[in-house]
Design a protein around this ligand. Sequence first.
Ligand SMILES: [Zn+2]
Length: 687
Amino acid sequence: MNETLVDALTEAEAAAELARLAREITHHDKAYHTLDTPEISDAEYDALRRRNAAIEARFPALIRADSPSNRIGGAPESGFAKLRHRVPMLSLDNAFDAAEFVEFCARAKRFLGRTEPLTFVAEPKIDGLSISLTYEHGHFVRGATRGDGTEGEDVTTNLRTMKSLPQRLSGPAPALIEIRGEVFITKADFLALNQAQALAGSKVFANPRNAAAGSLRQLDVSVTAGRPLSLFAYAQGESTEPVANTHWDYLLRLRDWGFEVNPLSRRLGNEADAEAFQNEMALARSGLGYDIDGVVYKIDDLGLQRRLGFVGRAPRWAIAWKFPAEQATTVLREIRIQVGRTGALTPVAELEPVNVGGVLVARATLHNEDEIARKDVRVGDTVVLQRAGDVIPQIVSVVTERRPAHSVPFVFPDTCPACGSHAVRPPGEVVRRCTGGLTCPAQRVERLIHFVSRPAFDIDGLGEKTIQEFYNEGWLHGPADLFRLPQREAEIATREGWGRVSARNLSRAITARRTVPLDRFIFALGIRRIGESNAKLLARHYGSFANWRTQMLAATTVGSDERLELGSITGIGPTIAEELADFFAERRNVDTLDELAAELTIQDAVAAEAADSPIAGKTVVFTGTLETMTRPEAKARAEALGAKVTDSVSKKTDIVVVGADAGSKARKATELGVRTMTEAEWRDLVA
Ligand SMILES: [Zn+2]
C-alpha cells in the first residue's frame, strides 16, 4: 500500500487518517467477530492497528473518542443473551520481533524496579475463539464468548455439548471461579467439516478459527453438538479464593480439574529463553494439528502480575509474540471467475505454484471486483502472496516494478462465465451476480431444491439428495424437467433405495403439483429478494400469470409506466423492482419460465371478500394524515375488499383518498383527472 510515512504526516492528514482507520478497523472487527467472515488477513489487520497506534503516538491530541486502541473486537449482536464477565477479558499487546519482546521485558522490569531476570510461562497462541467458563462449587454454570471484553454472548447451552469441557471439576474448587480458554477446531477436523459443508451446499469456512466461532455461535444447539470443537484452558478471571501463586501452578490445577492444557506450554527460567522457544515453535508450527499464530508469554509470578496490572485494554504482564506472516512472490497467470451456487461471481487468482510456509499454493482469493481494482491486480503481474494462519492464501500486493509492458487493468466480466447470462451488481453491493438463476448450471441444483421446497411447489419425496442424484443422472436441466420425471417412473423404481411404490408415490406427488397458485409459482422461481410475502404481493397485484408476465416484461424498460407501477406497490419498492426487471431482462429466464408454465396450470390470485365490493380491482392511493384510522389499517381494509394499494399516483390510479395536509399526490390526482375523495367519503364507500 502507498501510505505516507507516519513521520511525514501533517496534522490534518493525521486526523483524516485516524478517522479512516477507526472506520476501517470497526468494519473489520465486525466482519471478524460478529459475522465470522474476515475480509483481510490477520497480518493486514495488525498493520492497520499498528499504523493507528503509531499515528496516535505522534499526535496524542488527535486521539479519537472512538479510537480502536480503546476497544477489543466486536460487541455481541443478536441471537444470544448478553453475559457480563466478572473480570473483563482483555486482549494482549503484540510483539513482532525479538527487539519488541526485549522492550516489553524492560518495561515490566522498570515498572517493578527490578533487575533480576523474570520467569515466564510460554503458551502457543491458538487461533480460536476465547471463552469464559464460570464454575460454582465445582459445577459448570455459565459460559460466554469474549465479545467486547466486558460483555459476551451467553453460549452456555452450546458449550455443554462439548466433550472436552468438564461439567464438574474433579477435586476441591473455589465457591466461584471463572476459567478462560480457547475453543478451536483442529486442521484435520476443519478440512473434514468444510468438505461436508461443501457437499451439503452450505457455507465453507475461511479458516479453522472462523469454523470454531461459527460452530459455537449457533442458535441451533444441535448444530454445535455435531461440530468437532476442542478446548484448551489457560487463564483465570474472578475467583473467590486464590488457587495458585504462579501461573504455572494454575495450569497444573486446571489439568487436575479435568481441563486440557496445551502440552507444549513451558516454564522459562528467564527472558533469554523466549527467543529459543519462539524459534522452536515457528519450526514446529506446520506440523501441529492446529493453527497457532504466535506464542503468548506471561510473567509466571501472580503477585508480580497483580502489581503490574493493566494499561488500556492490555495487561502489562503478558505479550503475544506473533510469527511473521508467511509470504512468497509468484506470477499470476490468470484471473478466473467462479460462480457460486447462489450466483455470486468470485474472482480467483491462478498462480505459478509456489511454496508459502511449507504449503504449495497455486490459487488465491481476490474477494471481489473492488478488491481487484483497489490493488490493481493484473494478469501477468508478480504478486506478493501471504498465508497468515488463514488456509486460503491472500494476495497482499503487486510488485509493480515487475509488471510486464502492455499489461492492462483487469476488466470484471458483466456476463456469467457459466451460462452467459447478464451479471449485475446492484448499487451499494460488492458482489456481482448471475441473473440466469433458472438456467445457470452453477446455480441449478440450488434453485431446484428451492423450487420443490415446502413454501414453493412442496413436492413430497423430492429432497436435496434426490435432486442432486437425478441432476447427476442428467435428468434435470431446469424446473420443467421435474414434471417429466413421472415418465421415468419405471427406471426410478429400479434405482437403489427406490421401489415400485416409492417411485409411484413420487410421480403422484409431482402430478398433484401441476396445478399451483400464482404466488407459490412466483416464489418458486427463486428471484432474488422475492420471498413468500413479496410473491403474495405480486400475485395479488397482478392477478394472473399472463398479466404478471406481460407487465414484468414491460417493466424491464426503465421509466416505463409498468416499472413505476411495480416499484410503487407497497412492500415492493424500486430495489426489488430492479431485481425483477433484471430477471425478466434475461431472455433465458423468460424461455425457462415459459417452458415451465407450459407444464402447469397456474391459478389466478383471488382476493377474499372482493368479488362484489365497490372497490374490487381498483387501484387506490392514500395521501395525507388519516384521522380515524391508521395507514396500515386503511390499506389492509382496502386490500381485503380487492383493491390494490400503491404509493404513487399515475393515470392508472382509480381513487386517491386525501387526508389532512395532503401535498403533491393530491395535486397530481387533480392534474390527471383521477377521482379523489375525503376520508369520510372513503369510509362510507367501504362501510
Ligand atoms: Zn450463470
